[in-house]
Unconditional design. Structure first.
Length: 86
């Protein structure tokens, strides 16, 4: 009933794809800084260019490292050619 009340009284934003749960996420066992950064990325409130800010009306979404694609989490962590091992 508690989860149902949460979903009704305080629905998650449309961009947040993770439903409320009583089970802690695996990353919670990591250090405070790393766990906090992961949660910021999940909530689309990190410093990645694709996570829009309230203060910048015309943000530049291009990855500052490779300057070719939008700086999303998957691009930054998995696909950015500038971060590839040489």
């Amino acid at each position: 009933m508690l989860l149902q009340d949460w979903a009704t009284d305080a629905p998650t934003p449309p961009y947040y794809e993770y439903p409320p749960s009583f089970t802690p996420h695996p990353f919670i066992g990591l250090g405070k800084f790393v766990a906090g950064r992961i949660q910021q990325i999940r909530a689309a409130k990190s410093d990645l260019a694709a996570h829009l800010s309230w203060s910048d009306e015309n943000p530049n979404l291009t990855c500052p490292r490779c300057e070719t694609e939008t700086q999303t989490f998957p691009h930054t962590i998995l696909a950015c050619p500038a971060r590839a091992r040489k």
